[in-house]
Design a binder for this molecule. Structure first.
Ligand code: PHE
Ligand code: ZN
Length: 850
């Protein structure tokens, strides 16, 4: 797309910076509408570059004055920044600018949220704070002075001088500007401490608004666990005297890893048993770990440029997944991650927004904080580890930290470390970073004499801007079972490197049952002719828990497709196998709960599209309802005994054991409610001592068109807890009947406690609408219209959140001509807006495919 104001940036155009920064001093005089920022920056020429031109990024700043080596200068200013004549050698740049945090609703740069000051600088927000080389390959130590009457004044690094109305901070570790942070407000803290294994004592704090002190304990414990884990598993210690975490209500993302001062969306840190669900606790533990782990993978070693985003994000997601698997259950974590990968990343990879794990161009980098960069980026590292083995992975990581500490690196640096540590040539493997799209692996089997052979063929789909793709390296874990369920060949890693290859197993007594792609060893779509009998067998016997779950999933999916597409009745064999599994008390309740989940509406819609059939959202919704009714029927005599057996009577703990039982019980409850008119769910709602049970009951009721009294009493009980009220907004839209979803969402937006300036609240309503597939795609078009109306309203306020929400439309090409026409009209209505943000403009343009 040609657009002068929004140029496309290319990886191939990267050039190193002309000037490097030796150190930075910043002084902030805080004031809501007129904050002054004084900067003093020591620049030195980059000897590796001959070009000496000088440009500092800066947006929406009023320059008060600027000096070079003490002499006032008059730079050339554009909306993107300033340029200026500068000396040939080192010099000191000083400038004062004025900014207005109180009117900054984009939540990028310095902004105010509920009376507190906060910053968000990744990726390119620092340029909204002052003029600076706002690029990650310019790293420097920062000294910060904050002047304000507010009681708590925080920035990166260690504490410096403090006194009446000011505080100073010094961060000795060179960092890029995107890791800068400042927080000021009337905050209270939960303090803690941690002693590193080499004996350094670290002060820890969770900072929150008064009233939230009772929701910090869990985050503090999660932080300590993360610190221990990174020492034990990766040999990484913390490197400052203090580590602060701050909760902010208005935040575009989950959290941010600013050096020594992590800033969190309050939803990703605040929790107690009464206000947060088990799923919230688990997510908080994972995000605390994720941000903490960034201290090494992201901060000490950062990215050379934003195309390398997966260098820090893929690796850090991989590390936090390892952590969660260690803290909780490995198979449960793997299954949840694969559900998420298929639900978000495969969906992205299969449509107009598909892009490589390392993109090659962008207009707005904020649009590339995607499931592909994060989750597929983590899968790529998982594959690398599988291919080289655990020991070699550990050696490679040690080498990575040794060799690159303090540097801004690329994917080439990362892969070179693995090549040097293992001697393995990774040039083919590197295609995972450059080729977009989810590979399909077609598997066929043959049996002859005592030989079982497996033929694998990889098919790489065309994606926007990429057609002719070359074979990738696909690690394919497989095990073979005999008819009694004994493993005759334990998990073996096949490496598919050609387009098509055959692998043979000799000396077998009888034809085995294959258990392919164990543990989901590669992020691919496996296509395989297989009998229902084999799937039922694997569901009952597979020794690989992931594949056991997967077998049930495939059975459920085929059954649903037959019901929806061909009017078949619910599959009795599947239901019977499911019943066996769900009632088997030797199995982890969390695992059983996952097995009770049906493929999502979106997943089914995609499967129809893959078969060349146009998905019918209403029929898909009805099919799942019929299947649920059949599940309730088949399990009818088991439901209450199972529920009673798994009721947790011990005091609430958000650990894997208890939360597994509660998730099983909530899954059972939704079936029970189908049959009993709501009595048990009403009871659970009334007695609930924790949010997991309260929400579980409410959602079971709403899913069955019951629960209006409970909904009202919930709102009354929690009116003053915004995070809990977000759940209340969300759940109504999520469970609204298809013909009412848009209406329900619309009514919610008219409430006085709906505020589009708060991304959590906006997402509660519109994220839920997008997830309610039958409602969003209702043939009236009301869902599309409401979504577009609000994206149009939100864009001038908060472009980042608007752009992310546009992905609701990314699957539009799957649908029938009427729906496509309606969606296209809405997308065109958005793109025609005067002053549309670069963020939203790029997203809508890519979705439309121009
Ligand atoms: N870097 C953050 C993380 O992954 C995410 C983030 C990106 C937050 C951009 C804010 C803005 O942990
Ligand atoms: Zn991250």
């Amino acid at each position: 797309m040609k657009d002068a104001a929004n140029p496309t940036i290319y990886l191939k155009d990267y050039t190193p910076p002309s000037w490097l920064v030796e150190d930075v001093h910043l002084t902030f005089r805080l004031s809501p509408k007129a904050t002054r920022v004084v900067s003093r920056v020591r620049f030195v020429p980059n000897a590796a570059v001959s070009d000496r031109s000088f440009f500092l990024e800066g947006e929406e700043l009023s320059l008060i004055w600027a000096r070079i080596d003490g002499q006032e200068v008059t730079p050339d200013i554009t909306p993107q920044g300033l340029s200026c004549d500068v000396p040939e050698g080192p010099f000191t740049w000083e400038a004062e600018v004025e900014i207005s945090p109180a009117t900054n609703t984009a939540l990028e740069g310095l902004y105010m949220s509920n009376g507190m000051y906060s910053t968000q600088c990744e990726a390119q927000g620092f340029r909204k704070i002052t003029y600076y080389p706002d690029r990650p390959d310019v790293m420097a130590p920062f000294t910060v002075r904050i002047e304000s009457d507010l009681p708590v004044l925080l920035s990166n690094g260690n504490k410096g001088d403090t006194g009446e109305g000011f505080a100073e901070w010094h961060d000795p570790w060179p960092k890029p500007a995107y890791l800068f942070a400042l927080v000021a407000g009337e905050l209270v803290n939960l303090p803690g401490d941690f002693t590193t294994r080499s004996g350094n004592k670290v002060e820890l704090n969770i900072w929150v608004r008064p009233g939230d002190e009772d929701k910090c304990d869990f985050a503090l414990e999660a932080l300590k666990k993360s610190m221990v884990w990174d020492e034990e598993v990766y040999g990484r210690e913390y490197d400052l005297d203090i580590f602060n975490i701050v909760a902010v209500d208005d935040f575009n993302m989950g959290a941010m890893e600013n050096k020594g001062l992590n800033i969190f969306n309050s939803s990703a840190v605040l929790a107690n048993a009464r206000t947060a669900t088990d799923a919230n606790f688990e997510r908080i533990e994972a995000i605390i770990a994720h941000e903490y782990f960034h201290n090494w993978t992201g901060n000490r070693i950062t990215c050379r440029d934003w195309f390398q985003l997966c260098l820090k994000e893929g690796l850090t997601v991989f590390r936090d997944a390892q952590f969660t698997a260690d803290m909780r259950s490995e198979p449960v974590k793997r299954i949840s991650d694969v559900l998420d990968l298929r639900g978000r990343q495969f969906r992205e990879d299969g449509g107009p927004l598909a892009h490589p794990v390392r993109p090659e161009s962008f207009q707005e980098i904020n649009n590339f904080y995607t499931a592909t960069v994060y989750e597929k980026g983590a899968e790529v590292i998982g594959m690398l580890k599988r291919l080289v083995g655990d020991d070699a992975y550990a050696r490679a990581l040690d080498l990575y930290f040794d060799r690159h500490d303090g540097q801004a690196c690329t994917i080439e640096d990362w892969l070179k470390v693995f090549q040097d540590a293992t001697g393995r040539d990774l040039s083919q493997f590197k295609r995972w970073y450059s080729q977009a799209g989810t590979p399909k692996v077609v598997m066929s089997e043959a049996w002859q004499g005592d030989q079982f052979s497996v033929t694998l063929k990889q098919v790489l789909p065309a994606t926007p801007g990429q057609s002719d793709k070359k074979p990738q390296v696909i690690p394919f874990a497989i095990g073979l079972l005999d008819r009694t369920g004994q493993e005759v060949v334990p998990t073996t890693l096949l490496e598919l490197v050609e387009e098509e290859q055959t692998f043979t197993f000799n000396g077998l007594e009888a034809r085995p049952v294959a258990s392919p792609l164990r543990g989901f060893s590669a992020p691919v779509i496996l296509e395989r002719e297989t009998s229902k009998a084999d799937q039922v067998f694997l569901l009952a016997h597979d020794t690989d828990p992931f594949n056991r779950w997967e077998a049930g999933r495939q059975l459920a999916k085929s059954a649903l497709m037959e019901m929806i597409g061909n009017g078949a009745p619910p599959d009795a064999d599947y239901l019977d196998a499911l019943r066996q599994l769900v009632t088997d008390d030797t199995l982890d309740p969390a695992f059983r709960a996952l097995c009770m989940g049906l493929p999502s509406e979106d997943d089914l819609a995609q499967s129809f599209a893959d078969m060349g059939r146009t998905p019918d959202p209403q029929a898909i919704w009805e099919g799942r309802e019929v299947m649920r009714a059949a599940m309730a029927e088949v399990l009818s005599s088991d439901l209450m005994p199972l529920y009673d057996r798994h009721l947790v009577r011990a005091p609430y703990r958000p650990d894997a054991e208890q939360s597994g039982k509660r998730s099983l019980n909530n899954a059972l409850l939704s079936l029970i409610t189908r049959r009993d008119g709501g009595a048990v769910a009403q009871g659970q709602f009334a007695d609930a001592g924790n949010m997991t049970q309260q929400m579980g009951a409410l959602s079971a009721l709403l899913a069955n068109d019951l629960g209006s009294l409970e909904l009202a009493s919930f709102a009354e009980q929690w009116a003053h807890e915004r995070l809990v009220m977000d759940k209340w907004f969300m759940i109504q839209v999520a469970h609204a009947r298809p013909d009412l979803a848009a209406q329900v969402a619309d009514a919610l937006t008219q409430r006085p406690d709906f505020a589009m300036t708060n991304p959590n609240r906006f997402r509660a309503v519109f994220g839920a609408l997008a997830m309610n597939q039958a409602g969003f795609h209702h043939d009236s078009g009301a869902g599309y219209r409401l979504m577009a109306d609000w994206l149009i309203k939100l864009d001038p306020v908060n472009p980042q959140t608007t752009a992310r929400m546009c992905s609701a439309f990314q699957t539009w090409r799957r649908y029938d001509a009427d729906r496509q026409g309606m969606i296209r009209d809405e997308l065109l209505r958005i793109s025609a807006l005067k002053g549309l943000s670069r963020d939203t403009g790029e997203m809508v343009g890519r979705i439309l495919g121009d």
